[in-house]
Structure formats: structure tokens, C-alpha cells
Design a protein around this ligand. Structure first.
Ligand SMILES: Nc1ncnc2c1ncn2[C@@H]1O[C@H](COP(=O)(O)OP(=O)(O)OP(=O)(O)O)[C@@H](O)[C@H]1O
Ligand SMILES: [Mn+2]
Length: 485
């Protein structure tokens, strides 16, 4: 280009980066009010909570009395709004090239017209999501883009449906494409909300549940992790939105008109509308390679053999070799363990990271379909990494304690959060029994941490080795997060 003007795309991308900058979130206009419809005056950190006005101050505050839902109150708590350091260029997953001068209106003016071109159209939510992925999280807290993204996933026209090509995958998954090139992974309904996974079924033969994928996304966000791609529910027309548009002949051939109302194991549209989860696809691996890691506490996936960690109580010591002996990898894994225990997910055989960030990055929690299978029992083995390593991030512990307080009760904020999903109008995504199981399991996690601290205290009179300190001014925060009783 003789004028060396930046291509419109480059400048556009530069503007996009500004849009996904975390600071931008708090400046977003209200018409982009996010999922939780946070009132503008509560979005910013309420610094009055930060000074130590006595331990009970926040606990006494009645979020309902202030007109906020429990979820809104939770998300405006200082713990969720701690200042974060600026994100360096290398800490973004996707690089935005910007060279040369900014685009001026004269450059963008169409030749031959006197009209001044309007500012470029807002970037599609999918692109904003991808550009907002950083070394530390998939999206920022209170990201206004989440609402637009959910809206697109649940309403945009589906232009193609293809079977996810992956060797070894156990159950039907479709990659749905939208007109703006966005893609989502579809998992169909397999089990009614109230049904419990059969006790005679081995965990590895369990179904994947569409509502588990959706609830896991909400669960992860409520915990303040933001490591699960956004997933929403949608009623999909199996004929017009899958059968008629797929170019996959094998998939098309699997359609049949059922002679009975419901066939066991078939994926059924009843009669035509299929409940499904649509999870936003991460950037294509050609743009952002991912690394897959085997979980050191992987289940044996055998009916007769025990895994090594089940036989050796000191197993954690053997795990503390690279990458688990440095940085945050071990506490990241324990964060994942806690998430999985709360939702009863035994199927965490692997996790992934973005290769670009090396070992110093968050863990992606993909594939949550086998969570929320049982509400009447808990699966203690899922907590083994926490029990054996006795290590937890300070921030995670503070979040868990907050969620155990009546005014932010985990089950209540989850119910609130899930009521924003489009499938809520069909039926609540999690039954009351699954919601109350979350509260019960949260108590177990907090007890496990207390036991660890007591054990360590009895050994060397301290007990602080349990906490991985990542909150510098936690002493002011902790006043407002009274321990669960
Ligand atoms: N949102 C996403 N974006 C991009 N890729 C994804 C996403 N979710 C899952 N994947 C990829 O697709 C693969 C298959 O998905 P998933 O693990 O849900 O299938 P699965 O059949 O349950 O696999 P398995 O039987 O091995 O547990 C994952 O390993 C992951 O690499
Ligand atoms: Mn799976």
C-alpha cells in the first residue's frame, strides 16, 4: 500500500483490543447491561467495604434490601472486584497487529461521496470473546459481552451442523456454525433434569448432560474462576437446524422418524425441538494451539484396578515435579478439583492450557457434561488432591467462604444465575435437589481445608502452609468473609 495506511482490519482490531480491555468493562454503557443486570452504581468497587469497619459489616448488609439480587450482590463484592494489574501485550491470547497511523475519517470516506463514514460497526461478540482471552482468564468479570454472546448462541440462525471430528470422543457432539463465522459445540439433552445417574452405571459409561455443560459455566463464573467457555441452552429444531442443513451424509443418515414417542439412547426431538447446550468454541487451534495434560488424579477408568493415588496417601509428594512444583499449577489443579467436587464430576481425565502461555497460565475446564449426575450422594474421591496436598489459593478459600454465607448462598446465586439462561423458560436448569447438594458439598470443602490447617498446626504450630497467598490485602477483605459455621 503506497500510503502505508493501516488496513481497515488492523485498525479495527486495534479498537477491538480497547473494547476488551478489562478496564473498559466498568466503563461500558448500561444498554449492554450484562447477564446479571448490575445497576450502574454498584458496578464499581464499593471501597467502603474495604476499610475495616468491623468484621460483621458486610455480613450484616442485606443485599435483598438494597434491591440487588444475591447474584448482583455477590458480583459487586470487593472480592470479585479486586484491582488487577494491567495486561501486558504478551498476556493476550491473540495478537492484534497495529502499525501506522490511526484510520482517519478522510481515509475511510468512500471515494466519490462526501459522506463521513460512521465509526466501524461493533465487533461481533464472538470476536470480542476471542480477543478478550488472556493468560489469566477467558473473559473479564462483569463482561458486558457475555449477554450479547449468549443472545447470539441462543438465537442466531444455524447455517451448518457437523459432527465434531475427534478420535476417542464418546458421545454425539455437533459443531454448529453461525452466519458471522462463529461456532459453538452442541450437546443434546440425554437425561431429564430430575433423573439421577443409575448407581449401577460406571462413571465412565455415564451420559453427558446438556444442562451440566450450562450449569458448569455458571458455576465456574460464580466462583470467580472464568475458565469455562460460555454455554447456553437452546431449543434446536432437529429437522430444519440439523438434518436439512448438514453436509455430513453420515449424520443425515442417522435421522429416523421414531415409531414410538421416545427411544432409549436415541437423541430425540420431541417431536422436533431438541433441548441442547451450545458452548462457544475457543479460537481455532491453528490460531491458538492448546496443550492437553493428563490429570495426575485421573480415575483408573477400570472396573477392577485402583489408580496410584488411591493406594498412596503421600501421592501428592510424587506429583510435585514440573510443572506442579512451581508457580500456580498445583493450586490451579486444586481449584479444578473443588469445582468438580461441587458438581460431582468424576470425568476430569485431562485438562488443557493455551500453549502460548507456557506453564504460567490458567487451566481450561472443558467437557463438563458428566457433572450433576447425582444429588443424593457426594463423591469424596474427587476431593483427593485437596486432601492429599492440603493446599488452596487464598482467593479461592475467600470465595468459598463468601458463598457459604446466607446472603450469598451458593444455591441461591446459582439459581439466580441460571434463571438468565434461555432454557429456564422450559424448566429450571438444575433441580432444587441438585442446588441444595451444592451447599452441602461446599461445607465439605471448607471442612477439608480446616482439617488440613489443624493437621499442619499440630505438626509445626502454624497452619498457614495450607494457604497459597495470592491476595495481598486479604486482611481487610477477610473481615467481610466470616467463616462458615
Ligand atoms: N468450547 C470448546 N471450544 C473448542 N474446543 C472444545 C470446546 N469444548 C470442547 N472442546 C474440544 O473438544 C474435545 C471433545 O469434547 P468433549 O471432551 O466434551 O467430548 P467427549 O466426548 O466428552 O470426550 P471424552 O469422551 O474424551 O470425555 C475436547 O477434548 C476439547 O479439546
Ligand atoms: Mn467427556
Amino acid at each position: 500500500n503506497p500510503c502505508d495506511a493501516p488496513s481497515p482490519r488492523q485498525t479495527h482490531l486495534h479498537t477491538l483490543r480497547a473494547l476488551v480491555d478489562t478496564n473498559y468493562t466498568s466503563r461500558m454503557s448500561d444498554n449492554h447491561a450484562s447477564y446479571a443486570k448490575i445497576p450502574p452504581d454498584t458496578r464499581k468497587v464499593d471501597s467502603s467495604h474495604m476499610d475495616s469497619n468491623g468484621p460483621q459489616k458486610l455480613a450484616e448488609k442485606d443485599p435483598m434490601g438494597s434491591g440487588m439480587s444475591k447474584l448482583e450482590a455477590l458480583f459487586s463484592h470487593p472480592l470479585y472486584n479486586m484491582p488487577t494489574p494491567p495486561i501486558h501485550e504478551d498476556d493476550w491470547l491473540l495478537k492484534v497487529k497495529h502499525k501506522g497511523k490511526a484510520l482517519t475519517s478522510a481515509m475511510t470516506q468512500p471515494i466519490g461521496t462526501g459522506a463521513v463514514t460512521a465509526t466501524p460497526p461493533p465487533p461481533p461478540p464472538r470476536l470480542r470473546f476471542h480477543l478478550g482471552i488472556s493468560r489469566w482468564q477467558l473473559y473479564p468479570h462483569l463482561d458486558p459481552n457475555m449477554a450479547s454472546l449468549a443472545q447470539q448462541l441462543s438465537t442466531h440462525r444455524i447455517v451448518s451442523a457437523d459432527v465434531l471430528q475427534k478420535s476417542g470422543g464418546t458421545q454425539l457432539k455437533l459443531v454448529m456454525s453461525f452466519p458471522n463465522y462463529g461456532q459453538a459445540m452442541l450437546k443434546p439433552i440425554k437425561q431429564e433434569r430430575d433423573e439421577e445417574t443409575n448407581f449401577n452405571l460406571y462413571y465412565f459409561s455415564d451420559f453427558e448432560r446438556h444442562n451440566a455443560e450450562i450449569a458448569a459455566f455458571h458455576r465456574d463464573r460464580v466462583l470467580g474462576y472464568r475458565r469455562i467457555p460460555p454455554a447456553v441452552g437452546r431449543l434446536v429444531d432437529v429437522v430444519t437446524e440439523i438434518k436439512d442443513i448438514t453436509t455430513d451424509h453420515k449424520l443425515a443418515r442417522t435421522f429416523f422418524t421414531s415409531p414410538v414417542f421416545l427411544l432409549q439412547h436415541a437423541v430425540c426431538g420431541r417431536p422436533q425441538n431438541l433441548e441442547a447446550s451450545l458452548a462457544m468454541m475457543l479460537p481455532d487451534p491453528s490460531l491458538a494451539t492448546r496443550r492437553t495434560w493428563r490429570s495426575p488424579w485421573k480415575c483408573s477408568y477400570s472396573r477392577s484396578k485402583l489408580a496410584v493415588w488411591e493406594k498412596n496417601p503421600d501421592y501428592c509428594d510424587t506429583v510435585k515435579t514440573p510443572p506442579y512444583n512451581k508457580g500456580t499449577r498445583l493450586v490451579d489443579l486444586i481449584d479444578m478439583t473443588i469445582l468438580d467436587f461441587l458438581m460431582g464430576n468424576m470425568d476430569r481425565h485431562h485438562y488443557e492450557t493455551f500453549e502460548k502461555f507456557g506453564n504460567n497460565t490458567f487451566l481450561l475446564h472443558l467437557d463438563n457434561g458428566k457433572a450433576f449426575g447425582r444429588h443424593s450422594t457426594d463423591e469424596p474421591s474427587i476431593l483427593t488432591p485437596l486432601e492429599q496436598c492440603c493446599r488452596i489459593r487464598r482467593s479461592t478459600l475467600l470465595h468459598l467462604r463468601l458463598l457459604s454465607l446466607p446472603q450469598y448462598r451458593l444455591s441461591d446465586v446459582m439459581r439466580d444465575s441460571l434463571s438468565h439462561d434461555p432454557l429456564f423458560s422450559v424448566a429450571p436448569l438444575l433441580s432444587a435437589l441438585h442446588l441444595s447438594a451444592l451447599d452441602r458439598r461446599l461445607v465439605t470443602v471448607l471442612q477439608t481445608v480446616s482439617c488440613c490447617q489443624e493437621r499442619q498446626r499440630s505438626r509445626h504450630g502454624e497452619g498457614d502452609d495450607v494457604i497459597y497467598e495470592n491476595v495481598t490485602d486479604y486482611k481487610t477483605l477477610v473481615n467481610h468473609v466470616t467463616p462458615a459455621r
